[in-house]
Design a protein around this ligand. Structure first.
Ligand code: NAD
Ligand code: ZN
Ligand code: ZN
Length: 343
């Protein structure tokens, strides 16, 4: 079967033929419907990963059950499923509570999950090591639903943990209206009535935010002007919750400059920005959060939100053999919403 493989740090991915995998005991073989193309893959391709390659990329996956390994019950072939991405040990207290994204034994598990150390979903089929990592999609189409498992789940988790602050008088700053950010603004609208300000350096991304109902958009290319504009929109209270889906130095700094006292500064993006602290800067009472992905039950909630029609990933789809070009388009900021590879 065809697969898009991470080979080594600094090398482009390769589309190659590998044998169709066979599910072992307890495992499930999924026929892929779609695999989302996440910006995190660019960090992996550029800087390498804790697990040496090669492995098949694609950590944002959905498809249909193709074959159940020995001992797996409760599922049947053809069921449409989302694949929960952060694979933990499954046994520690945190995994038992469904938050495998924070598995207590992560340091002893070499792979982070399919597409992040183990073979992922940019292929015709993928092995899922346990049926506990599957969530039923119901009537959702796997190709369109693949981004729910990361581009939506990650902001959902970040927003859900910030909900106590997201009262109707709160102002939220969303930086980066790409794959994650365009889902974040929809999730905020679905779960809160807080005022949303979206920032990006790309006018087409800001236009996308406005299409999604965001009333206030700010071009952040000029940091001083952007900070002033955001502070004017937020009023004296300042930004209550900042969600940084870039994580570069300019965006981390912009969050720190605009949050108010007793706010929450959440850095999701992995672009290497550093948050520094000196007295009252960021302001006293600021909670700093560096969330990673989301839990299994949160993925169920995200899928329910999509089933209700409250959120929908805007996708551009491409065949697997366009992968190298699609990653280049993502790097150049040319993807609208999320790119999804179809086998
Ligand atoms: P994306 O490429 O789809 O979107 C990034 C957006 O940020 C684009 O709209 C781009 O124009 C904008 N942008 C880039 N530089 C900017 C700047 N200096 N100021 C303002 N906007 C800027 O990326 P994505 O797939 O949404 O991923 C976003 C980030 O989140 C990546 O760093 C990715 O690795 C990370 N990520 C983290 C987690 C986690 O669990 N913590 C999960 C998934 C992705
Ligand atoms: Zn990702
Ligand atoms: Zn665990």
């Amino acid at each position: 079967m065809k697969a898009v493989r991470f080979i080594a740090s600094g090398r482009p991915p390769e589309v190659v033929d590998i044998p169709k995998p066979v599910p072992g005991p307890g495992q499930v073989l999924v026929r892929m419907g779609g695999a989302g193309v996440c910006h995190s893959d660019l960090h992996v391709l550029d800087h390498g990963f804790s697990v040496p390659g090669p492995f098949t990329l694609g950590h944002e996956n959905a498809g249909w059950i193709e074959q159940l390994g020995e001992g797996v019950s409760g599922w049947k072939e053809g069921d449409p499923v989302a694949v929960y991405g952060p694979w933990g040990c499954g046994q520690c207290k945190t995994c038992q509570s469904s938050a495998e994204n924070y598995c207590e034994r992560h340091a002893s598990i070499p792979s982070y999950g399919g597409g992040l150390g183990s073979d992922g979903g940019m292929a015709e089929f993928m092995i899922v090591p346990s049926a506990r990592l599957l969530v039923p999609l119901g009537g959702l189409d796997p190709l369109a639903a693949a981004p729910l498992s990361d581009a939506a789940l990650t902001p959902y988790h970040a927003i859900k943990t910030a909900l106590p602050l997201l009262t109707p008088d709160a102002t939220v700053l969303v930086l980066g209206v790409g794959g994650l950010g365009h889902m974040a603004v929809q999730i905020l609208r679905a779960l809160t009535s807080a005022k949303v300000i979206a920032g990006d350096i790309d006018e087409t991304k800001l236009a996308h935010a406005r299409q999604l109902g965001v009333a206030h958009t700010v071009n952040t290319r000029n940091a001083d002007l952007a900070a002033e504009e955001i502070s004017d929109l937020a009023g004296p209270r300042g930004i209550t919750v900042a969600l940084d889906f870039v994580g570069a130095q300019p965006t981390v700094d912009l969050c720190a400059r605009t949050v108010g006292r007793a706010s929450r500064l959440t850095i999701v993006g992995l672009a290497g920005g550093v948050l520094s602290y000196s007295a009252n800067n960021p302001p006293y009472g600021t909670q700093v959060s560096v969330p990673y992905w989301g839990s299994r039950t949160e993925l169920m909630e995200v899928i329910a939100l999509a089933q209700s029609g409250a959120i929908k990933a805007d996708i551009e789809t491409f065949p697997l053999d366009r992968a190298v070009d699609v990653y280049q388009r993502l790097r150049e900021g040319k993807i609208h919403g999320r790119a999804v590879l179809r086998p």
